[in-house]
Write a protein that binds this ligand. Structure first.
Ligand code: GTP
Ligand code: OAA
Ligand code: MN
Length: 604
């Protein structure tokens, strides 16, 4: 018992001993004014969103029901990869792609940061479950946070509240996910609309399956069920337990013959997952339905097929570029309301706007920096990593099986990046190991989804570079082993796509968005054995007439350029891939070197 009782600490709505002990320990450390157990009700949402409005954090939108505009501190706008740590016991288990510090050392540093860090604030206890709570082994977590913005966003992004706490019973395992803004308030000190700290730590203890986050209120740094749990911690669980936790969209595709296929796709942050997951096909007779837009957890079923679930409950999508022309289903989803928009622009009549929503910008806006904005302004109205946070259940093309704990059987996996050159529109891997090689060498230009330079080509293996919770060499090995352990005729086929290749004038060679359905059609026809392909040095590429470009208005030359395998360009990749692989020393599966030799000899 604390000498001065903290309201909410002694009358908890659970008898889960480990949870109670942890909440008490963290409350004593961070010293909030009170502890509130989040129940997930509409009344609670009303109370918290109103509180955020009163604090100047949220502006209620007149034009969208139950929706809010929010601008973050300009320094807290994206994931901070240089402040993200994998604190495995052994440094080698973090590998060359992660930041590392010894767990004890990190805990000592962060304990001092957390000491008193919630003073003047409320500690919210958010019980949550990633994936359906009806699953055989529900994947529980509990986030402690002093941010109302986090509570409200978590309610959109995950299954949370009393029903989850109840399902946790008295002793079910859960991932403790500790979060503090690092902005305590002294007596009488006035709050700011977006409290955060200049000191940031996003930390994972993979053996303990625990998360400690400090200093940021934004997205993947603070909504700990998402990247921290469902990718970094879950990837470590998946390695130990023989499954896959991946940065992938999941979509359901129905052909004109009414046959259904489930496709997963791994593209780096801000490289097209949400858009592909919600695609409106431009070719007649084809239908796409959404299952997930960011994360896939995949396990093998008794029938030997790979089944995927979407552990999330909402969409945290990139706003700029989202419009009625490019992603009408996202527009319909947010029009249903119940959404939070962060770092977009506010219109004078109480709606949101961002670059790419409409061709003509409004004459006047309030920018994400809360400044007057007109089309003559020098800076964009919205931050390039501005986001909509909206319930997935509002998506008009949501596939009903998205809640099925069993998941959906995946027929094809797409890897993709953002590359101006070199990478063809679509390439099919020769086999699983070649597909793993494609994933392991995936490259992409950096985007605004993380702080740092934008547009720099880097290796982003499996689109998981910032999300692999252990040694990436071991992760490649896990993929190779996964192929070995299962019936190769039932494994998903692997493809490598690039929507972002440019012509000499810098324009996109491929129109993208809804037209990507033509690539999905070719993928399905490859699965069915009906589409032709040319065997090139880098894999199977569509022949000029096997890709359906009817009515697209592209010249033959443009199609040829989008599909081209330029051996000179590819030869330039070899030293980069070699250098990349050398990082992993003997952790790199030898099959990856074998694949590189095959590529070299085919390019010779
Ligand atoms: N040219 C082109 N741009 C695209 C295409 N698909 C998506 N984009 C743009 O790329 C940006 C990111 O797309 P998203 O679908 O939000 O990317 P994401 O992979 O979901 O990103 P995260 O949510 O950060 O993981 C947006 O500005 C889109 O408009 C495409 O096919 N062609
Ligand atoms: O995590 C975030 O902040 C947003 C996101 O989806 C990503 O960066 O991939
Ligand atoms: Mn997305």
């Amino acid at each position: 018992m604390t000498s001065v009782a903290t309201p909410g600490l002694d009358n908890a709505p659970t008898t889960h001993a480990r949870l109670l002990a942890w909440v008490r320990e963290m409350a004593e450390l961070t010293q909030p004014d009170q502890v509130v157990w989040v129940d997930g009700t509409d009344e609670e949402w009303e109370r918290l969103t109103q509180r955020l409005v009163d604090a100047g954090t949220f502006t209620r939108l007149a034009k969208k029901p139950n929706s809010f505009w929010c601008a973050s501190d300009p320094s807290d706008v994206a994931r901070v990869e240089d402040r993200t740590f994998i604190c495995s016991v052994d440094e080698a288990d973090a590998g060359p792609t992660n930041n590392w510090m010894a767990p004890d050392e990190m805990k000592a540093v962060m304990t001092e940061l957390y000491r008193g860090s919630m003073r003047g604030r409320t500690m919210y206890v958010i019980p949550f479950c990633m994936g359906p709570v009806e699953a055989e082994n529900p994947m529980f977590g509990v986030e402690l946070t002093d941010s109302e913005y986090v509570v409200v966003s978590m309610r959109v992004m995950a299954r949370i509240g009393s029903r989850i706490l109840e399902a946790m019973g008295t002793d079910r395992p859960f991932v403790p996910a500790m979060h503090s803004l690092g902005a305590p308030l002294a007596d009488g000190q006035e709050d700011v609309p977006w409290p955060c700290s200049q000191t940031k730590y996003i930390v994972h203890f993979p053996e303990e399956r625990a998360i400690w986050s400090y200093g940021s209120g934004y997205g993947g740094n603070a909504l700990l069920g998402k990247k921290c749990y469902s990718l970094r911690i879950a990837s470590a669980m998946a390695r130990d337990e023989g499954w896959l936790a991946e940065h992938m969209l999941i979509l359901k595709l129905t052909s004109p013959q009414q046959k259904t296929y489930y496709v997963a796709g791994a593209f780096p942050s801000a490289c097209g997952k949400t858009n592909l997951a919600m695609l409106e096909p431009t070719i007649p007779g084809w239908k796409v339905e959404t299952i997930g837009d960011d994360i896939a957890w995949m396990r093998f079923g008794e029938d030997g097929r790979l089944y995927a679930i979407n552990p999330e409950y909402g969409l945290f999508g990139v706003a700029p570029g989202t419009g009625w022309d490019t992603n009408p289903n996202a527009m319909r989803t947010i029009d249903n309301g119940n959404s939070v928009f962060t770092n977009v622009a506010l219109t004078d009549d109480g709606d949101v706007w961002w670059e790419g929503m409409t061709e003509e910008p409004p004459a006047h806006l309030t920018s994400w920096k809360k400044q007057d904005w007109t089309p003559d302004s020098d800076e964009p109205s919205s931050h390039p990593n501005s986001r909509f946070c909206t319930p997935i259940t509002q998506c008009p093309i949501l596939a009903p099986e998205y809640t099925d704990p069993k998941g959906v059987p995946i027929s094809a996996i797409l890897f993709g990046g953002r590359r101006k050159t070199t990478i063809p529109l679509v390439t099919e891997a020769r086999d699983w190991n070649h597909g793993v090689f494609m994933g392991a060498t995936l490259s992409s230009e950096t985007t605004a989804a993380a702080t740092g330079a934008v547009g720099v080509v880097r290796r982003d293996p499996f689109a998981m570079l910032p999300f692999i919770g252990y040694n990436a060499g071991d992760y490649f090995g896990h993929w190779v082993e996964t192929g070995k352990m299962h019936d190769s005729t039932k494994l998903p086929r692997i493809f490598y796509v690039n929507w972002f290749r440019r012509d000499e004038d810098g324009g996109f060679l491929w129109p993208g968005f809804g037209e990507n359905s033509r690539v999905l059609k070719w993928v399905v026809e490859r699965l069915e054995g009906t589409a032709a392909a040319e065997e090139t040095a880098v894999g199977h590429v569509p022949t000029a007439d096997s890709l359906d470009v009817s009515g697209l208005g592209m010249t033959e030359d443009q199609v040829r350029k989008a599909l081209a395998v330029d051996k000179d360009e590819w030869r330039q990749e070899i030293p980069q891939i070699t250098e990349w692989f050398e990082k992993f020393g003997d952790k790199l599966p030898s099959t990856m070197w074998d694949e590189l030799e095959i590529l070299k000899s085919r390019l010779a």
